[in-house]
Design a protein around this ligand. Structure first.
Ligand SMILES: O=C(O)CCC(=O)C(=O)O
Length: 367
């Protein structure tokens, strides 16, 4: 067989293979990889603000954001023209209209002492509990009335109410409002090649906050009354948010004979769920960045975006989000959102799980 003839080779060692160039030295740790390669690279390459669009995207433009797992907000600029399919609820959904349409039907209402449904509370005795709300069925008018009056009389002693079932409630409890809104977001359904998994109705006031969490959905969130302040962290920041499995409990009346609609903040006690359940959740709060930290929390760069009346937010799958609300001029904050199942095929889901698992190693290494 003919020999390969090479000119200029100084020694056989010169042709030996060597490691590919890496940002990491040979002695690097998991921490160096998470901090230097994952977080620093991500922050160098990606925008530190949420992209603003002045009109809805086409299916192709939307797909580009989905592929990059990047959020955007469509600003309505109060012109009520940019998001034509929501012009009807933007025009009509005031308290009187909602009340008339709903005809006082019973609806599911989440009750908590401090607007802390699905939140983690720290116990004075040590440890933490994941608190789920007490749910009641209440005539729509009573819930609406309570939400609005609590906004204007903060000293009210009644438990905080938030309509936030997140179970496709628009297509079950709010069918009378359904004809005012599109059944799906056309460009999202085309791009994702599916119908929404859930269409949700949200009604609350500034007393309720949704704590940092993530969902397996591509989320199109439309603000109709008042405003919502979103704090967003991308999935790669999982090392920063200190995910832990937290014991779950549900608020319940201290006395079963109390009338549900008259429950005060003091009437609600937390009962540990049976069977015992631990729920994985971020325990770091971007608004209290010095508490419950990991060695990586200091590197988080939360994005903040406020969606105003008529704005639409695309919140990509698996982004961590914390949501505060501001009531509009009628003392209520009202939104609808469309949840599309994320695509579990391809590398995205596995890559995220990998980051999450390596984050656990990194946090353990630095503990
Ligand atoms: O509006 C809220 O309070 C929470 C919204 C949310 O978590 C969601 O749309 O996934």
């Amino acid at each position: 067989m003919a020999q390969t003839r090479v000119v200029g080779l100084k020694s056989p060692e010169q042709a030996g293979t060597r490691p590919v160039p890496s940002d990491l030295p040979y002695e690097a740790t998991v921490h160096d990889a998470l901090k230097g390669v994952l977080l620093d690279n991500y922050h160098d390459i990606n925008s530190q603000t949420v992209t603003e669009l002045s009109r809805e995207p086409s299916a192709l433009e939307f797909m580009r954001f989905v592929a990059r797992n990047q959020p955007f907000v469509v600003r309505n600029n109060r012109a009520l023209t940019r998001i034509p399919c929501f012009s009807e609820p933007l025009r009509t959904w005031n308290a009187a209209y909602l009340s008339k349409k709903m005809n006082n039907q019973p609806v599911t209402v989440a009750m908590t002492p401090k607007g802390n449904a699905d939140a983690v509370v720290q116990l004075p005795s040590g440890g933490s509990i994941f608190c789920k709300p007490h749910e009641i069925l209440e005539p729509f008018d009573s819930a609406l009335h309570f939400i609005r009056t609590q906004e204007t009389s903060p000293s009210s002693t009644g438990a905080t109410r938030y309509i936030q079932s997140q179970n496709d409630n628009l297509r079950s409890e709010y069918t009378d409002l359904l004809t005012d809104i599109p059944p799906s977001i056309p460009w999202a359904s085309t791009a994702l090649d599916t119908a929404p998994d859930a269409v949700n109705f949200w009604l609350g006031n500034s007393h309720s906050t949704s704590v940092l969490h993530k969902d397996h959905y591509e989320n199109i969130f439309v603000q109709l009354r008042g405003a919502k302040e979103f704090t967003l962290l991308p999935p790669v920041e999982s090392p920063c948010v200190h995910e832990r499995s937290v014991l779950s409990a549900t608020y319940q009346p201290r006395d079963a004979s109390l009338k549900p609609s008259h429950l005060t903040k003091d009437d609600l006690l937390l009962g540990i769920d049976h069977p015992e359940q631990y729920v994985p959740l971020p325990t770091w709060d971007p608004d209290r960045p010095g508490d419950n930290t990991t060695a990586y929390s200091q590197y988080a760069r939360p994005l903040r975006v406020t969606v105003e009346e008529g704005d639409m937010l695309y919140l990509p799958a698996l982004w961590y989000h914390k949501v505060k609300q501001r009531a509009g001029d009628e003392g209520m904050c009202c939104s609808v959102n469309y949840w599309y199942d994320m695509d579990f095929t391809g590398p995205f889901q596995c890559a995220n799980k990998f980051v999450q698992d390596v984050a656990v190693l990194g946090v353990r290494e630095k503990a």
